[in-house]
Design a protein around this ligand. Structure first.
Ligand SMILES: Nc1ncnc2c1ncn2[C@@H]1O[C@H](COP(=O)(O)OP(=O)(O)O)[C@@H](O)[C@H]1O
Ligand SMILES: [Mg+2]
Length: 276
């Protein structure tokens, strides 16, 4: 029925078309005229301060929320509901404690009616994300980083064209976080997936993205972008990396935020940025 994309293509093109959103009962728009195009296979980091509307926008890309005005198109089709072709992963891995690692990773396939082939596919993915020795483990015995790896294997199992990640590593320690950043960057490139990762971690953005989109707050809209033209794997100690990180930090600071100077907002995001 639908031949809207090449069958061989394993990535999605996203058009965000003047998306504006006002939550019910709110006096002002949370998102205003968000307009952007993301190429198939492109890796995008979306950065902005807390409350600027990053999660709201990501939910719209996932079809979990509809904008009050404008629309999102993926491969030319208007997004009105979730699809198995794209997968959203959150800060908390949302695993089921009564299922082991393999069962949790297979859940997406089971929901998609592909439970029969699940075990073989999931086993290979668990090897890929470094959980080869933990397939039968109880998920509650895993570390936070390992749990997030299970969620990642589950997200990849249904072979989505597009991976949407909402601050997926922010709860992890610095070492685990940078290891997972590198792994996800590697896997999404290897599989030619389109990636949109929401973060307020400047280093994470430079480590993973081809292009960083900067969002302002009040209203939430894209106010700038930065291309990250560095080879993979990215060495965080290289001068080019450090330079781009500083450049992005400055761009971010200059990006204009009507309410940034309000006392209650000062320092709100500084801790995570200082850690970056
Ligand atoms: N369901 C909702 N109803 C009303 N306001 C909401 C709702 N969800 C989010 N908001 C508001 O929208 C703004 C953006 O939220 P969010 O997208 O979660 O920001 P971010 O992910 O950038 O921190 C915030 O001010 C938040 O309070
Ligand atoms: Mg959020």
């Amino acid at each position: 029925m639908s031949s809207h994309r090449e069958s061989s293509a394993m990535s999605a093109r996203i058009a965000i078309d003047y998306v504006t959103h006002t939550f019910r009962g709110q006096p002002t728009a949370t998102l205003e005229d968000v307009d952007a195009t993301i190429q198939a296979g492109e890796k995008i980091a979306l950065i902005g301060r807390s409350g600027c509307g990053k999660s709201t926008l990501l939910h719209m890309l996932a079809g979990l929320m509809l904008p009050s005005q404008g629309c999102v198109r993926i491969d030319g089709r208007r997004v009105t509901k979730p699809s198995a072709k794209w997968n959203m992963m959150f800060q908390k891995p949302s695993l089921y404690p009564w299922m082991n690692v393999r069962q949790n990773a297979a859940l997406g396939l089971v929901f998609a009616g592909q439970g029969r082939s699940a075990n073989t596919r999931v086993d290979a993915l668990l090897d890929l994300v470094g959980l080869g020795d933990n397939k039968d483990a109880n998920v509650q015995q895993l570390s936070g980083g390992q749990q997030q790896r299970v969620a990642l294997a589950r997200s990849l199992a249904t072979e989505p064209d597009l991976l949407l990640l909402d601050e997926p590593f922010s709860a992890l320690d610095a070492f685990t976080r940078s290891a997972l950043q590198d792994e996800v960057a590697h896997i999404t490139r290897q599989r030619d997936l389109t990636l949109v990762i929401v973060t307020h971690d400047i280093e994470e953005a430079v480590a993973m993205a081809d292009r960083v989109l900067i969002m302002s707050r009040n209203p939430g809209t894209i106010v700038g972008e930065l291309r990250v033209d560095l080879p993979f794997p990215r060495d965080r100690n290289r001068a080019e990396f450090t330079k781009l990180r500083e450049h992005l930090m400055n761009k971010f600071r200059d990006s204009g935020d009507a309410h940034a100077a309000k006392p209650e907002n000062i320092g709100k995001d500084d801790a995570s940025q200082a850690a970056a």
